[in-house]
Ligand binder design. Structure first.
Ligand SMILES: [Zn+2]
Length: 297
């Protein structure tokens, strides 16, 4: 393995890799890291605040994880948010500081799992840094689903946007990401609140993107985990007003974040964080008027 570049931090300690939530075992995987502009990730939050929470490089970018999760119960093996994938040229790899190790394939191999053993893939929305890894390029250059035997779920409106994004959304979607899955007949759209698999439920919220959703795993009234996706991208984004500049509908984002962060804190759900550099699992707790995310020990 290559030594980390001098100007890039080595991967922070990742701590806990797996938790048991009721009958589900949830494991943090990895599809590597990338970098986005810190100001864009933090929207209206003053630099003085965010630079302390997520220290930027000289070019003002911050390092973000690409962290899929695996939810297992009996014979069900569900990948939540596959990752950014490998279909990137040198230009994009450089622009986004893409680090592709460990990637989704090697994460699953380390658990002894072959792609054929994955039964479901769930996407919270169709931005390329979340869905890209669902499609792989074969040796012949032909694109195909990475998990050919799995049922794939994504918000119906997101599938539509990926195909016809229009100017404002163009930079966030790639048509191939959904077309390849559709052609293979493995992609199903959902809307609103949908129990995708008994005990695993998508809640379409909107705000960050038209159909962005959160996923609950377990019994929402008892033991439950919530995959935040881009609704709460890192453990530092737990104040409802900490909204990314990427979010399309800021008012909607504020409303749904306020509601769902409060709910997760009240019910003591375990949060699953996709973009947090070092923390996969944390509970959000209320601390006076503010919230704090406490990583699971
Ligand atoms: Zn997104």
């Amino acid at each position: 393995m290559d030594a980390p570049r001098a100007d890039r931090p080595a991967s922070p300690p990742q701590g806990l890799r797996s938790v048991q939530v009721g009958e589900w075992r949830i494991t943090a995987l990895s599809d590597g890291y990338f970098r986005l502009d810190g100001g864009a990730m933090w929207g209206v939050v003053p630099a003085k605040i965010w630079r302390a929470l997520t220290p930027p490089d000289a070019d003002n970018t911050i390092r973000l994880a690409l962290r899929p999760f695996l939810a297992e119960r009996g014979g069900e093996r569900i990948v939540i948010e596959p990752g950014i994938g490998a279909r990137w040229g040198p230009k994009e790899r450089e622009r986004y500081g893409l680090e592709s190790t460990p990637d989704l394939g090697s994460s699953l191999r380390a658990l002894g799992l072959a792609p054929e053993q994955v039964t479901h893939v769930v996407m919270t929305h169709c931005h390329w840094d979340h869905i890209g890894a669902a499609v792989v390029e074969g040796a012949d250059g032909v694109l195909a689903p990475r998990f050919p035997g799995a049922r794939h779920f994504a918000p119906a409106v997101e599938i539509e946007r990926a195909k016809r994004p229009g100017h404002a959304r163009q930079a966030s979607y790639r048509e191939d990401d959904v077309r390849v899955l559709e052609r293979a007949g493995v992609l199903e759209g959902f809307a609103g609140r949908t129990e995708l698999v008994p005990g695993l439920t998508a809640h379409e919220l909107g705000g960050h993107s038209d159909g962005v959703s959160v996923i609950t795993v377990g019994d929402e009234q008892a033991e439950c985990a919530i995959f935040w996706g881009d609704v709460v991208p890192t453990t530092h984004h737990v104040q409802p007003a900490y909204i990314m500049a990427y979010d399309l509908d800021v008012a909607r984002s504020f409303e749904v974040r306020g509601e769902w962060i409060a709910r997760a804190a009240e019910r003591r759900w375990i949060g699953l964080f996709y973009h947090d550099e070092g923390t996969a699992f944390a509970r959000i707790e209320r601390d006076g008027k503010r919230y704090v995310a406490r990583p699971l020990a």
